[in-house]
Design a protein around this ligand. Structure first.
Ligand SMILES: [Zn+2]
Length: 237
């Protein structure tokens, strides 16, 4: 008596594979992947970690500067003179009209360009394709302009969701980075300076007070016995 093979598992597996394939945007795994072996096919990229401060006993603090609209020569001079390894989370639009400012910072100093999306949206309001366009788009723009791919993603407003963490991986980032202290002066008075601790991530912006803000942070770090260090080197894969 022949016992026909149970017909159900195969179609089920096929259906499952088809469902998975539909879920995984193939392009997400292609050109934007940091490295092919790190992103197994038919699976979501593993979500990256979210880092708001670094656990370390090294006497270090991390200086990060966002957006890039104000190209203050005094701030650039300060960064270069003090050899500050800042993480620059730039928007492509903020260097489109004057890339020389950032070329100088990146080529002549230890700062690095990082990912802050293309158009500064709240990523949590976008679907996977929308997030990918913003994050991979910024990576491609940075690569084209500076020849250096970002390794860290700072989501605008610090707003991220589970999709952001997988998108970051697919677009070559090894962490989503928020911050410990936002010390940007937005109004007339500077934010009261907290006691900086080892591993703190400080957020500043390229705004009208960037040089003064930067100077205050560097002075506070020095007073606390901390030196600015490159964030990329302290954030794991
Ligand atoms: Zn921003």
């Amino acid at each position: 008596m022949s016992s026909p093979r149970p017909p159900r598992p195969r179609p089920r597996r096929r259906a499952l594979r088809a469902a998975l394939a539909a879920l995984v945007p193939v392009s997400l795994l292609g050109t934007c992947a940091g490295s092919a072996h790190a992103v197994p096919k038919a699976a979501w990229p593993e979500p990256v970690a979210v880092v708001s401060r670094v656990e370390t006993t090294d006497p270090v603090v991390f200086v990060t500067l966002d957006d890039g609209w104000n190209h203050d020569p005094a701030a650039a001079k300060l960064l270069l003179d003090r050899r500050v390894p800042a993480s620059l989370f730039l928007l492509p639009g903020a260097y489109a009209y004057d890339s020389g400012y950032f070329h100088t910072l990146l080529d002549q100093g230890p700062s690095r360009v990082e990912n802050h999306t293309v158009s500064h949206p709240d990523l949590t309001a976008l679907d996977a394709a929308g997030q990918k366009a913003e994050v991979c788009g910024a990576r491609e723009a940075h690569l084209a302009e500076f020849g250096d791919g970002p390794r860290l993603l700072r989501p605008p407003y610090g707003a991220y969701d589970a999709t952001t963490r997988t998108t970051a991986r697919a677009c070559g980032a090894k962490a989503v980075v928020t911050w410990t202290h936002d010390l940007t002066t937005w109004g007339t008075d500077p934010v009261p300076m907290p006691r900086l601790k080892a591993g703190d991530i400080v957020l500043l912006h390229f705004n009208g007070t960037v040089e003064q803000d930067l100077r205050r942070v560097l002075d506070a770090a020095e007073a606390a016995g901390l030196r600015p260090a490159p964030l990329r080197g302290y954030v794991g894969e």
